[in-house]
Ligand binder design. Sequence first.
Ligand SMILES: Cc1cc2nc3c(=O)[nH]c(=O)nc-3n(C[C@H](O)[C@H](O)[C@H](O)COP(=O)(O)OP(=O)(O)OC[C@H]3O[C@@H](n4cnc5c(N)ncnc54)[C@H](O)[C@@H]3O)c2cc1C
Length: 476
Amino acid sequence: MMMVDITIIGAGITGSLIAYDLSRFDLKVLVLEKENDVAEGATGANSAMVHSGHDPKPGTLKCRYNLLGNRMYPDLCRQLKVPYVPIGAYVAATSAEEEVKIAELVRQCEERKVPFEVLDGDEARKIEPNLSDNVTKVLSLPTTGIISPYETTIAAMEEAILNGVELKLGYEVKNIRQDDEGFIINGEISTKVLVNCAGAHCDEITSMLRESPYKVETRKGEYFVLDHLDGSYVNHVIYPVPSVKGKGVLAIPTVHGNVMLGPNSDYCEDKEDDATGSGLDLIRREILKTVKNVPFHKLIHTFAGLRPHIDLNDFYIQEDDQIENFIHVAGIESPGLSAAPAIAKDVVENMIMPKFPECRVKDEYIHRNPFIRMDEMSFEEKQELIGKDPTFGKIVCRCEEISEGQIRDVIRRKCGATTIKGVKMRCRPGMGRCQGGFCEPEVVKILAEELGKTASEITLDRNGSKVCVSAAKEDL
Ligand SMILES: Cc1cc2nc3c(=O)[nH]c(=O)nc-3n(C[C@H](O)[C@H](O)[C@H](O)COP(=O)(O)OP(=O)(O)OC[C@H]3O[C@@H](n4cnc5c(N)ncnc54)[C@H](O)[C@@H]3O)c2cc1C
């Protein structure tokens, strides 16, 4: 029987940041994740925005944690050495009715001390020339940020592992029972404290111990991704005015210089169904409400994410009212990414650590090295790197200009990549115009060499189904 102090179920942004915060303490912490990588749930497919906190309903946990999380992100990303861009956002009104909604949002900003400015349509178009001519008023929210959700999650987990946290990937929690010490998971792990960060499956985890006080259903959001453009298409995130259906269809610059268009929000019965389809038509139409001259000819990719929505319409973050030491971090739909650092801090400081009053902060703490970004290096820095290791001089992905050395680095690290998608999320081969058409066989070969596998054993992603045929043939 494996014995630990704390087990976290789920390695999305909430589970990973809780593990990261706990790794400072002298505790045995285990993270269990059913997929073969971290950030494979909602965390891997979303709008990647750190919302300012202008929008959630007053008095909700969503509002409280969003406001706190927004202020924490710049420091968190600096510590983890991952990108954070304080890009700012425009909420664009196109009618008198929507201008009334803007006035309501202004009141909320004032009450919450969220910085803002109101511009008329023409003023805003001077700064954002691709704003639709129909836009009459804009609420500018300068504290809105953008991040890379998966890089942030990977970095948090990498640092947690460097400081003693154990991560088990491909490990699905199937049953839990209580005993005198706490909980027994799958009959083989004994833990004192159990933290449920299982996203869309939180209710199923809870049902293993008691009747769940909430039911999770998923709402799909689909996106288009635009290729890098010569100039910028938009310089801010452009929101429409929010409605009862949510934040609407946005134009969102990414930290790596692409633009995403989306998402829709449709009920999806299958909690794992992240296929794109009918929602994309709606996005094509709706995006034209707030922006013009959309370069649809630059579309290179589509993807979808699933929001874990609970019937209580707010986050459910608390110790269970019937089962001691069982902590729920459930219903973490938007603005869950923005809120995650504040959720993790609260769960660790106020729900977990009081259970270990004798526990102290460790004397030593190891910081991770940042991912190697050759595109951010000077010519001299690149020459020096290639001098030490010539694999950094061999470009594998021509679209994003990623070298073999960078790919090997992200595989060799703690919480390293084991799939083609895992490499893509960490250092971007396959993210560009050709979508891996040229570089994928080479990535498969490198993965196979590094992991001691054959090319045909290398999988594309968590579904494990699609293997790069041309590289696999070389096994024959
Ligand atoms: C379309 C869309 C757009 C969004 N945009 C934004 C945004 O711009 N800003 C923002 O703040 N928020 C946004 N969100 C919300 C945000 O993405 C989520 O709130 C956040 O990622 C939830 O993180 P999580 O760690 O709680 O859950 P998840 O990321 O879903 O992680 C849960 C993990 O638990 C694992 N798991 C489940 N069951 C088991 C089991 N039995 N055993 C082991 N592991 C298990 C899953 O595999 C998964 O990896 C958006 C969400 C979507 C879908």
